[in-house]
Design a protein around this ligand. Structure first.
Ligand code: C2E
Ligand code: MG
Ligand code: MG
Length: 675
C-alpha cells in the first residue's frame, strides 16, 4: 500500500517534472475549501507559497494582469463546468500564460470539489527574442496587444518614446486608446486621420486575412523636425483571425533619407547621376579639372520623328557611351532633355579636348546603332578649381556652349572671362538705358564736313556719345551693336534725330547759318514700319526742313534690305536726302552705286587709306568718278592727312569729314563754327 502511494507520488512528481520540462506547471484547485495547491515547480519558479488560501490577495495573483478572468474561470469550475481555459498576462514583461482547469471530482449537486489546473507558458509570443525576431531588432518600441481584451502590454520602450505617451504606459492601456494618444501627440497633422484608419483594429483584421504582417509608414514631429516612422504588426493569433498581435514602432528616417537620395540623385532616363549628384560629387574633389556642358544639335528631331521612348533610349545610349569614353576619375550626369554635364579630372585642356573628340566620334555611331537621324553634340568647356561653385562653372560652360549653338561645324568652345564681363556690361547698359536717356546722358557730338576746295563748312554728322555716371564718354561702338540686337536702337536713333532737329531749329531761330547735319539710321530702325512718317512728323513738329537732317544708311544695311528702294522713295518724297554710309568697308558692290536710292556716297576710311598706294588710288579715282557720273555727291570719311585731302581735292571729291579738319565736337564747340 505504502509502495503504491509512493509509486503514485513518484509518478506524480515525474509527471510534474515532465510537464515542467515543457513549460507546464500543475496545480490543484479546491473550490469548496477555496484554496489552490501549487506544485513544487510553480512554487520554485514563481517564488510563491505552495498553498494559497486567500485567492484574491497573493503573490501569484498579484503578478497577473487580468486576474479577473481567472476568477471567472474558477467560478465556472466551482459551478461544475468540466473545463475552463484563460490566457493571462504577467504584469512584468510580456509573459503570457494559459491556465486550463479541468474538474476531476464533483459533489452530489454536481459542483466541482477538485480540479486540476495546468499553467502553460505560451511560447510563441511570450518568448521575447521571438517577438523581436518577428519584427526585426530595430524597433524603438514593441508592444504585445491582446485584441480580445483590448489590452496593450509594453515590452520595450526607448526613453525618447516614453515621453510621447505621458502617463499612459504606466498603466495597461487599451489599443485604440494608446494609438489615439500617440497619433494626437506626435504624428504630423496631415498624416493623422489616415494613420488612425490604417492602424484601426478593423483595418488590421482585414489586412491579416491575407497575410500575417502589416506595416504602415507615417511621419512624426520630434525636436521640431519631421521624422519618418514605421509601425509594423505581426499577427500571432493564427491565420485569418486576430486575437493577439505584436506591434513595433521604429524610426526609419535614415532609411527613408537614403531612398529619397536615390530618387533625388539618380536620373530617371539614364539611371545614372543627375545634376544634383553630379554637383555633389564634384564638390568633394580636391584637384582641378574641367567642366563640360554638352548639348545635342536638333535632338528634338529624334523625339518628334522616332517618339519619346526612342528619345529616352537614345539618351541612355548617349549616357552609357559618355561613361565608356571618360576616365575612371571623370564624372558624367544627365541634366535634362538632351543636356549632359561632364567633369574631366584632367589638369591639361588638351587631354579634355581629346576626350571631347572621342565622345563625338563615339556618338556618331548612335544613329546606326539605334536607327535614328544623325546626332551632333557640342560642348562648352570651363576650368574648375577646388572650392569653385559648381553652378558657377556650369553656367560658364553653358555660356561658352551657347556661343556655338548655331554652328554645327564647331565642336566645342572654351569659356573666357572676357565673354562674361562683356555680357555683364551689356546687361548693365540695357538696365541703364532709359534712365540715362531721360537724364540726357546721351549726347550728340558733331563732326563737320568741309569742301576741300573752299575749306568751307558744308555739313556735319551727328554722332552719339554716352556719358557714364563718372563723366566718361562711352563711344558708340561699345553700345550700338548691343542696342541693334535688342532693339533699343530704334529709341536711340529717334532721340538723336529729335535732338538734332531741335538744335537745328534753335540755331535757325538764333539766325545762325546752319548746314545739314546727317543722322545715322541703324538697320533695325529701317525695318520699323512707319519710320519715314515718324521722322517726318518729328521734323515737322519741331519746324525743321527735312533737307537739313539727311539720313545716313550704311551700305550693308541698304544691300540687305529688300525694300530699300521703296523706303528711299518714301524718304525722298518727304524731302530727306539719303547718304550711303561706309561705302567700301565691307563687300562693296558697284550695284550700290547704281541703286538710284541715294544722293550721297560716303566713302569709308578703309578706302581713303589706300591713298599712297598706286592701284588703291586708281580704284578710288575710278569709284569717285563713277559715282559722280551716276549723279552722286561724294563725301570722304576718315581723312586724317594733308596728302589725302590734296588727293581727294584733285579727283573732285565734294566734301571731306575727318580728323584732318576736325574730330567730332561737343555741341558747344560745333556751335562756334556756325556763322
Ligand atoms: P559712322 O557713321 O561711319 O561715323 C563715322 C565714324 O568715323 C565716327 O566714329 C567718327 O568719329 C569716325 N571718324 C571720323 N573721322 C575719322 C578719322 O579721321 N579717323 C578715324 N580713325 N575715325 C574717324 P564714331 O563716332 O565712333 O561712330 C562710330 C559709328 O557708330 C558710326 O560710324 C555709326 O555707324 C555709329 N553711330 C554713331 N552715332 C550713331 C547714331 O546716333 N545712331 C546710329 N544708328 N549709329 C551711330
Ligand atoms: Mg555715319
Ligand atoms: Mg561711316
Amino acid at each position: 500500500m505504502n509502495k503504491e502511494v509512493d509509486d503514485k507520488k513518484s509518478i506524480k512528481l515525474d509527471l510534474q517534472a515532465a510537464f515542467a520540462f515543457f513549460g507546464k506547471y500543475l496545480f490543484r484547485y479546491f473550490p469548496k475549501e477555496g484554496y489552490l495547491q501549487l506544485s513544487s515547480y510553480v512554487v520554485s519558479t514563481h517564488d510563491t507559497a505552495g498553498k494559497i488560501t486567500d485567492l484574491k490577495n497573493n503573490h501569484f495573483i498579484d503578478n497577473i494582469v487580468d486576474s479577473e478572468k481567472l476568477f471567472e474561470a474558477m467560478d465556472r469550475i466551482a459551478d461544475g463546468a468540466q473545463s475552463a481555459t484563460v490566457v493571462l498576462h504577467a504584469k512584468e514583461g510580456t509573459d503570457a500564460y494559459r491556465i486550463s482547469l479541468n474538474s476531476s471530482e464533483f459533489d452530489e449537486e454536481g459542483k466541482t470539489t477538485e480540479a486540476v489546473g495546468i499553467i502553460e507558458k505560451l511560447d510563441h509570443y511570450t518568448n521575447r527574442s521571438e517577438m523581436v525576431s518577428a519584427l526585426g531588432n530595430n524597433f524603438h518600441s514593441i508592444y504585445y496587444v491582446d485584441v480580445d481584451n483590448d489590452k496593450v502590454y509594453t515590452y520595450r520602450v526607448k526613453d525618447e518614446i516614453q515621453g510621447m505617451f505621458g502617463e499612459l504606459l504606466k498603466t495597461i492601456p487599451g489599443y485604440t486608446q494608446l494609438i489615439t494618444e500617440y497619433v494626437s501627440n506626435v504624428v504630423l497633422e496631415e498624416d493623422k486621420l489616415h494613420m488612425l484608419s490604417e492602424l484601426s483594429v478593423e483595418n488590421l483584421r482585414r489586412q491579416f486575412m491575407i497575410k500575417d504582417t502589416y506595416q504602415h509608414d507615417f511621419r512624426i514631429v520630434r525636436d521640431e523636425q519631421v521624422r519618418y516612422c514605421r509601425a509594423k504588426f505581426v499577427n500571432v493569433s493564427g491565420v485569418g483571425e486576430l486575437h493577439k498581435m505584436v506591434a513595433g514602432f521604429s524610426d526609419i528616417s535614415p532609411e527613408k533619407q537614403r531612398e529619397y537620395d536615390r530618387i533625388a540623385y539618380s536620373d530617371p532616363v539614364t539611371g545614372e547621376d543627375n545634376y544634383d549628384s553630379f554637383k555633389k560629387k564634384i564638390r568633394d574633389r580636391r584637384e582641378p579639372g574641367y567642366l563640360l556642358s554638352m548639348d545635342i544639335h536638333s535632338f528634338k528631331i529624334v523625339n518628334s520623328i522616332c517618339g519619346v521612348a526612342k528619345g529616352d533610349e537614345t539618351l541612355k545610349w548617349i549616357s552609357d557611351n559618355i561613361l565608356g569614353v571618360i576616365g575612371e576619375k571623370d564624372l558624367a550626369g544627365h541634366i535634362n532633355a538632351d543636356r549632359f554635364a561632364i567633369y574631366c579630372a584632367n589638369d591639361d585642356i588638351s587631354d579634355v579636348i581629346r576626350k571631347i573628340e572621342k565622345i563625338n566620334l563615339q556618338l556618331q555611331k548612335v544613329s546606326n546603332a539605334l536607327k535614328i537621324p544623325k546626332i551632333v553634340p557640342y560642348f562648352g568647356v570651363t576650368r574648375w578649381d577646388p572650392g569653385k561653385k559648381v553652378e558657377e562653372a556650369y553656367s560658364e560652360a553653358n555660356f561658352a556652349k551657347n556661343r556655338i549653338k548655331d554652328r554645327k561645324d564647331v565642336l566645342y568652345q572654351v569659356y573666357s572671362q572676357a565673354d562674361t564681363d562683356k555680357i555683364l556690361e551689356e546687361k548693365r547698359m540695357e538696365d541703364d538705358f532709359y534712365k540715362d536717356l531721360k537724364a540726357k546722358r546721351f549726347e550728340i557730338w558733331y563732326q563737320p564736313k568741309y569742301d576741300p576746295k573752299t575749306n568751307e563748312l558744308v555739313g556735319a554728322e551727328g554722332l552719339v556719345r554716352w556719358r557714364d555716371s563718372s563723366g566718361n564718354i562711352i563711344p558708340p561702338g561699345r553700345f550700338i551693336p548691343l542696342f541693334e540686337r535688342d532693339g533699343l536702337i530704334k529709341v536711340l536713333d529717334e532721340y538723336v534725330f529729335r535732338t538734332i532737329c531741335e538744335y537745328q531749329r534753335k540755331w535757325q531761330l538764333e539766325g545762325k547759318k546752319i548746314v545739314p547735319v546727317s543722322i545715322n539710321l541703324s538697320r533695325a530702325s529701317l525695318y520699323f514700319e512707319s519710320v519715314v512718317k515718324r521722322y517726318h512728323d518729328i521734323a515737322g513738329r519741331i519746324g525743321v526742313k527735312t533737307e537739313l537732317v539727311p539720313i545716313e544708311i550704311t551700305e550693308s544695311a541698304a544691300i540687305d534690305n529688300d525694300n530699300i528702294k521703296g523706303l528711299a522713295d518714301r524718304f525722298h518724297s518727304k524731302g530727306f536726302p539719303l547718304l550711303v554710309d561706309d561705302f567700301g568697308s565691307g563687300y562693296s558692290s558697284l550695284a550700290t552705286l547704281n541703286m538710284k536710292c541715294f544722293d550721297t556716297l560716303k566713302i569709308d576710311k578703309s578706302l581713303i587709306d589706300y591713298i599712297g598706294d598706286l592701284s588703291g588710288e586708281r580704284l578710288l579715282t575710278h569709284t569717285i568718278a563713277l559715282a559722280k557720273e551716276l549723279g552722286l555727291y561724294v563725301t570722304a570719311e576718315g581723312v586724317e592727312r594733308k596728302e589725302q585731302v590734296e588727293f581727294l581735292k584733285n579727283i573732285d571729291c565734294d566734301s571731306i569729314q575727318g580728323f584732318y579738319y576736325s574730330k567730332p565736337l561737343p555741341v558747344e564747340e560745333y556751335e562756334k563754327l556756325l556763322g
